[in-house]
Design a protein around this ligand. Structure first.
Ligand code: IPM
Ligand code: MG
Length: 357
């Protein structure tokens, strides 16, 4: 197959981790006879520095014309520490999600046997934990208007808005995932307090009879935050609104042993975007120490979801497992004797080249 991939390295460690993912994609393509074609675009602080716009039209056009987008990270402390900044890198990420119609963010939470001991949770709690968090990505408080400050500046407001069609499409997608898995769907909301959550619950209750094989449960977000840590194995597919999903998936990442391991796929109306769950880790920028595995595993999701090539995805996951087993891992996992970002990338590509799968 020929694929057109738009590569958006973004900020901080983005360029370093993306380079490793590309090594891996190239290795898989060499092995399986595919032809990847890359175009690179600017997003985030890098794009602000270049043109003042964190998601320039040129980048958007590139994404629209490609088969998939591989995304690094976004965020820069220059803006974090300046609450008055007029443009922010994160605005670029939100604009990209909105303009590409990426209403669903899929975050699989799986454990790797060789990493279980790195989880701060007890082995018996995390061993075998395996669920998918589906986060609504283009609605809710991230996008609701009005948002801003009073004239006097002493009051600020954000608005959480959800339309029924937005809830319906994400819930249907979650049902489809549940049907392909263990047929258990947990909807997380705050229906005891929030009107939007009550619309979520009502919509889910209307849809559920259409999926008689799926067991649906409802859980308040505070309770979910507790249960993810206390009993992660109870979850199969979890669906929730934008901000709850943001928070719960960072929390869920500790189950895997490192936030540096968690990939994601954002899918919707146009081209899908594959990006690690973690941020731009500015302290590590340029040091060749960041863990590239979340981005590499995002590339695996790209093969699976964007190109419908599950074997290629599986090959990448095998390579990751091999690097973990060999202990060729970055300092977040192995502080005493760490490998560098690029060494991990080289090992993965080499493993794929030499594998006879
Ligand atoms: C994520 C990130 C983003 C979000 C930030 C960088 C805007 O935390 O993808 O989870 O909140 O969605
Ligand atoms: Mg987040």
């Amino acid at each position: 197959m020929n694929f057109k991939i738009t590569v958006l390295p973004g900020d901080g460690i983005g360029p370093e981790i993306i380079d490793q993912a590309i090594k891996v994609v190239d290795a898989v393509c060499r092995k399986k006879g595919h032809e990847p074609q890359y175009t690179r675009g600017l997003v985030g602080a890098a794009a602000i520095d270049d043109s003042g716009d964190p998601y320039p039209e040129e980048t958007h056009a590139m994404c629209m014309e490609s088969d998939a987008v591989l995304f690094g990270a976004i965020g820069d402390p220059r803006f974090d520490n300046d609450p008055k900044a007029k443009v922010r890198p994160e605005t670029g990420l939100l604009a990209m999600r909105k303009k590409l119609g990426l209403y669903a963010n899929i975050r699989p939470i799986t454990t790797f046997p060789s990493l279980i001991h790195k989880s701060p949770l007890r082995k018996d709690l995390v061993e075998g934990a395996d669920f998918v968090a589906i986060r609504e990505l283009t609605g809710g408080i991230y996008f609701g208007r009005p948002q801003g400050r009073s004239e006097a500046g002493d009051t600020a407001y954000d608005t959480c808005v959800y339309h029924k069609y937005e809830i319906e499409r994400i819930c249907r997608l979650a049902f489809d995932f549940a049907l392909k898995r263990n047929k258990k769907l947990t909807m997380v909301d705050k229906a005891n307090v929030l009107a939007t959550s009550r619309l979520w619950r009502e919509t889910m209750q209307e849809l559920a009879p259409g999926y008689p094989d799926v067991e649906v449960e409802y859980m308040f977000v505070d309770n979910a935050a507790m249960q993810i840590i206390q009993w992660p194995k109870r979850f199969d597919v979890l669906v929730t609104e934008n901000m709850f999903g943001d928070i719960l998936t960072d929390e869920a990442s500790v189950i895997t042993g490192s936030l540096g391991m968690l990939p994601s796929a954002s899918i919707g109306l146009h081209t899908s975007v594959f990006e690690p769950v973690h941020g731009s880790y500015p302290q590590a920028t340029g040091k060749n120490i960041a863990n590239p595995l979340a981005t590499v595993l995002s590339a695996a999701l790209m093969f699976e979801y964007a190109f419908n090539l599950p074997k290629e995805a599986w090959l990448i996951r095998q390579a990751v497992e091999a690097s973990l087993l060999a202990g060729i891992v970055t300092e977040d996992i192995e502080p005493l004797n760490p490998a560098s970002t690029s060494e991990v990338g080289d090992l993965l590509a080499d493993w794929i080249d030499k594998s006879n799968i």
